[in-house]
Design a protein around this ligand. Sequence first.
Ligand SMILES: [Zn+2]
Ligand SMILES: [Zn+2]
Length: 386
Amino acid sequence: MSTGDPGAPPPLPERAVHQKTEDTRTYPCTNCGGQLVFDPATQKLKCPNCGNIQDIIEDAGRVTAEQDFQAAVAKLHAQAATDGPQLVGEKEVVCQNCGGHTTFTGTLTSTRCPYCATPIQRDDVHDAPARLPVDGVLPFSVDERKARESLEAWINNRWFAPSEFKKYKQTGAFTSVYASYFTYDAETDTWYDGRRGEEYTVTVGSGDKEHTETRVNWYDVSGQVHNSFDDIAVLANDGFDRNKVTALEPWPTQQARPFSAEYVAGHLSRTYDRDVEACLGEARGRMDAEIESTIRQDIGGDRQDINRKDTNFQSLTFKHLLLPIWLLTVVYAGRPFQVFINGITGEVQGQRPWSKVKLAVAITIAVIVIVIVAILWRGSGGGSSQ
Ligand SMILES: [Zn+2]
Ligand SMILES: [Zn+2]
C-alpha cells in the first residue's frame, strides 16, 4: 500500500437491477429468471422458484454508526430549505416482470407486485437529500412457518375470540414488514434540589387509645447524577398500535447489520412517518423517567421530593434502523385488529376482539352451573344444620 491513489473504493458487485424509468429495483435470479427474496432461515437471498441461494452483499464500508443529533438536524433543515420538503406521497410504478401497475402509498418503500408477486423496491427514498438514510437493519430471523406457529398458539389461547377472528387465514392479511425506528444514545448530567424524608414511629395516646404513628423528618438535599442511555428505540411509523409494538421490546439492536437493501427484498418496508426530531419527544420521556429514578436513589431515605432538576446533554446521538415485524391484520365488525410478532424473538403482542355471543353463552352456562350446585348442596343437607 506504499503507492497509488487511495481514491474511491472499488464498486461493490451489484445484484439489483435498477429500473431507471420507474426508480425501482428488483433482484432477478441468475439461474431461472425468478425473483430472489431475503430468506430468514438461511439469512441469504433465495429464489422461491428454483431454490438458488446467494450470499447477501454487504457494503463493508458502511457501518451502523451513531450520528450526532444536532448536526444531522441542522443539515436536514438546510436541505429542506433548498430542496423543499420531501413528500413521499403516492407513487405508481410499472412492474418490469408483468407490466402490472403497483402503487407505493405513504412511507412504503418495499413491496410485492400484486399481480405476479415480484419484489419491488423504491430506489428514490433512502437517497433523497432531505431524508435520513437507513443506518442499519435487523434482518428477520423468524421465518414465515415459525411466525405462523407463534400466531396460531397466541390466537388459540384467546378465550372468547369470535370464530371470524380465528379464521384469520381466510379473513386476515399476514405479512412481514420492516418498520422504521430511531434509536437514541445519550450521556446526561442532571442537577437537582429536593428533600429526603426519614420515617420514624412514635407511640401516642394512652390506655385503649394507645397506638403508633409514622412521622417523617425532612432534610433539604441537592446533588448531581449522571445517566447513560443506549439505544432507546422509538417507532417512527404511524398506523401501528404503538403500545403493542412497544411491548415487543427489547430489540437486540447491537446485532444490527449495516444496511443493505437485499435484506429487505421480498418483504414490505417503510421509511419513517415521524422524523428524528419528532421521535425524540418519546425518547426524552423515557430518559426523564430513568433520570428521576436515579435521583430518587441518590437522595435515598424513605421518601423523596424532587423540587427542581436541570438536565444537560453531554452527547445525543441516534441511528435510523429497520426492525423486523410480522403483522396480522383482521377486520372484524368494521374495525381492524393488529397482531404483531417480533421478527427476532418470536414474541407475540396483539389486539383481539371479543365475541358477545360466546361471552353471553359462557356467562349463562356459569350461572346455570352455580344454580345446580346450590340446589344439589341444599338437597344433600350441606350448609344447613337443621
Ligand atoms: Zn431461480
Ligand atoms: Zn408484476
